[in-house]
Design a protein around this ligand. Sequence first.
Ligand SMILES: [Zn+2]
Length: 449
Amino acid sequence: MALGGGREIGANSFYYSIDGQGILIDAGLHPEKTGWAAFPAVGALAGIRLDHLLVTHAHTDHLGGVPYILQSYPNVPIHATSETIELAKIMLLNSASLLPKQHTQEVIEALPNYTVTALPEVLAKMEPMELGTSKKLGSSGVTVTYYPSGHILGAAGVLIEHDGLRMFHTGDTALHPQRLVTGAQLPEGPIDVLISESTNGIVDAYLTHSREKELERLIQTINETLADGGSVLIPVFALGKLQEMLVMLGDAKRDGKIPDVPIYTGGMGRKVSEVYDQFLASRSRTNAIDKTSDVKQHELPRRAFLFGGNYFREPSIVLAASGMMQEGTSSYLLAQRWLRHANFSICFVGYTDPRTPGHTVSHAERDSRIRFGSMKRDVTARCRIERFRFSAHARREELLEIVRRLQPKHVVLTHGDEKSIAAYGELILETFPEMKVSAPEVGKWYRLN
Ligand SMILES: [Zn+2]
């Protein structure tokens, strides 16, 4: 049963009932919804037992609902990689600090686990389970194995085996390596059931570009902007995209492809970068050498002082969260000033949800008037706006490659909007007509064996 992440990218959470044992994979928070709809639908379990909670990776849409699950199941053991546990210390505090801005007082009061004093107890329940290792869950006869899934540091795909049945839950995954994080490893096929993410299931012209070409195009845009006396704003996710972009820009500087201008980073992203540097030997890394701290960085001012930053006076590159310019974040605030400067540019490097300010800004025509978030007045989009894709998710053809390699009898599609799931589902059925494909609805039971 999906408690979230069924037919959408939401509060990802999937409950498996295996021979009387209850196993939950992930418990996320929905990035857009407010109120109880932002949390996994744990009420659908209505007192059904939960024996183990597995967390695939530390992004909030997979991890942020863990303290909420513990309110109903306070003694459930949580299994996650050491990398994910370290990142969770940063990410859960961030979720707790954002909740009062996103929810009513009534909701906040019903969430005792999201406080600075309660979170350490939540984190203490997380038991390390490393990439490449297996664990028998209690006396249930269920064995789970964590495979590196690419995507971000410490991310895992989960193989679940019981009495000859083999199911693989991809988590968020990418087969292609990124600059810091390696591509996914998969178990040996054939398996019985594949539970697959579907983020990039739809045909997207941007995703047909190679990463090398996209990087070339980005470097060219940066050079043209700096040469014109302007600064470059790159909205990024604080976990994953910031570290990848930072090291790529460091490479470009070292190789003389871009001039030695200041690079600004700040806030939570810097703490995440420290964890990336702490786990140089992680199985999810492409190499044990590259540190984010080797790239010289200037500190992005706190939100109240963002408009006083030197990047408005000298050509600079600013890496600011969030990637989708969510209301109140640094990139959201900076964009309002950035847009007024004709010689500046904003470079989007990832997916933007159509409901977010980042989507409005990234699709704005030059010199058109736009309004986003809770802005009271229009602003003229005078600066240059470019879109690039450095996806941390499998492209459509990679998703199909996962199916090809694992040869499942049944594919369950999750973590994608309705269009992506429909397009990916059709592609699977065209290529492998003998397979069964389903897309679970939140709160409904599905039989997998
Ligand atoms: Zn993710």
